[in-house]
Design a protein around this ligand. Structure first.
Ligand SMILES: Cc1cc2nc3c(=O)[nH]c(=O)nc-3n(C[C@H](O)[C@H](O)[C@H](O)COP(=O)(O)OP(=O)(O)OC[C@H]3O[C@@H](n4cnc5c(N)ncnc54)[C@H](O)[C@@H]3O)c2cc1C
Length: 394
């Protein structure tokens, strides 16, 4: 269903016909998501950006639609969907609101650490709640001095009897203030540097944790990003994911899926921005013609549309590699994240240009889309770090 936004038509992520790629059941899920995106999410997009408060109603909507269970195997209360469907669902939502789609990718970010390294007891304890949306998930890796490089991480988790005692500061942690379960990365053996990092499940309400500053961001508004302080927080040793010292490996492995999710956000956002801008250009008359008739703009849009399809093909290829647990996943996930997010940045900048002065105002969604695109080049490893990863695999 088409949605009208300030005079131009918005078609969601439209584009390719996926029927040969999706089963009937998968197509049905996607259809439901498309409808919800047009009817319930698109009308909220500008408001979420303006108010910058967490859209709990959309979290509830995704819970009702059963979307949090998509990447979770059936034995833990999920759907066990193929990654292509997961990506496609994110694309559809991101085409109308990146902040809304990020709800789904953020919950999956929390889920991935458990899928990667949780033991049976931990998975049974937390995954059904995360899959149903009863619980909110998060992951805390970044610190003021440990961004792209985790070696200087200062947060420690030292053993005291059958507990870890957590001390340290994390920054830029998405949903830190609302997460029920957060995987915290901390050094259990500080003298070992990166090899001394462990991943520990941290539950809401544990004494000694407090939320610091909430960041005021350029885009991705409505997704709370906060500092976290741990002061002598006691966590049972049974909350350790994997073995002590596995933290870095767990983070890297989990990020493979996270990078695909970020790419899907980027592809959806880019498609949404291009569809909107092109639709506008078809209706904007200058020099006696719709501006979409000028070859300068037609070639621009042809190039950007081609890039979006290329990013989409790469994402589906990487998604297949994830599903079969193929060895090329780290390289493909990094390539996909790098390429798709750079495409989203280019497309959204050009979408503003296509609308001329109107594109620069908050009356039209492309201004928000351009601000939103920037974060995708930074999170889950900056795009420079993706190049480090890719070159290391060549
Ligand atoms: C909105 C938002 C949400 C976030 N959510 C989370 C979250 O939920 N959990 C979490 O743990 N973190 C989160 N982060 C943190 C994010 O992952 C980091 O910001 C990111 O990894 C980069 O780290 P940094 O900001 O310290 O940049 P730095 O590492 O200081 O990088 C600065 C610049 O140097 C470049 N650079 C660094 N190393 C190299 C290199 N080897 N080669 C070439 N260039 C290099 C970078 O690409 C960048 O351009 C979030 C950040 C934001 C802004």
């Amino acid at each position: 269903m088409a949605t009208t936004y300030a005079g131009a038509e918005h078609r969601g992520s439209g584009g390719v016909d996926l029927s040969p790629l999706l089963s009937e059941d998968e197509a049905l899920i996607l259809q439901t998501v498309k409808k919800a995106a047009a009817e319930k999410i698109a009308p909220r997009a500008a408001e979420i950006d303006e108010l910058d408060t967490f859209p709990a109603d959309l979290f509830d909507l995704f819970r009702e639609l059963g979307l949090f269970g998509l990447p979770v195997p059936e034995e833990y209360g999920g759907v066990g969907a193929r990654t292509i469907l997961f990506c496609k669902v994110i694309e559809e939502i991101a085409a109308v609101s990146l902040s809304a789609a990020n709800i789904l990718t953020q919950q999956t970010f929390g889920i991935q650490f458990l899928l990667t390294a949780g033991n049976e007891e931990q998975k049974k304890r937390f995954l059904p709640g995360l899959a149903s949306g009863e619980l909110h998930g998060a992951g805390a890796i970044t610190e003021p001095e440990a961004g792209s490089d985790q070696e200087p991480m200062r947060t420690t988790a030292l053993v005291d009897g059958d507990q870890y005692v957590l001390n340290g500061n994390k920054c830029f942690i998405t949903w830190a203030n609302i997460a029920d379960v957060m995987t915290v990365f901390a050094k259990t053996q500080p003298e070992l540097g990166r090899r001394g990092i462990s991943a520990i499940l941290f539950e809401r309400g544990t004494p000694g944790m407090r939320i610091g500053r909430l960041e005021k961001k350029m885009g991705l508004r409505g997704s709370p990003t906060a500092e976290v302080v741990f002061e002598n927080c006691r966590v049972p040793r049974s909350n350790l994911l994997g073995a002590e010292g596995d933290g870095f490996k767990i983070a890297m492995k989990s990020l493979n899926h996270g990078r695909l999710a970020i790419a899907a956000l980027a592809i959806g956002l880019a498609q949404g921005a291009l569809d909107y801008a092109w639709s506008y250009a078809k209706n904007r008359v200058q020099f006696g013609h719709a501006v979409s008739e000028f070859q300068g703009l037609r070639f621009l849009v042809a190039e950007r549309a081609t890039e979006i399809e290329a990013a989409r093909s790469l994402a589906y290829r990487a998604g297949m590699e994830y599903d079969v647990k193929g060895p090329a996943l780290p390289k493909l996930a990094a390539m996909t994240k790098l390429f798709a997010t750079d495409v989203a940045m280019r497309v959204t900048v050009d979408a503003v240009q296509l609308l001329g002065g109107y594109g620069y105002t908050r009356e039209y969604p492309v201004e928000r889309m351009m601000r939103d695109a920037k974060i995708l080049q930074i999170v889950e490893g900056t795009n420079q770090i993706q190049k480090v990863v890719i070159s290391n695999h060549l």
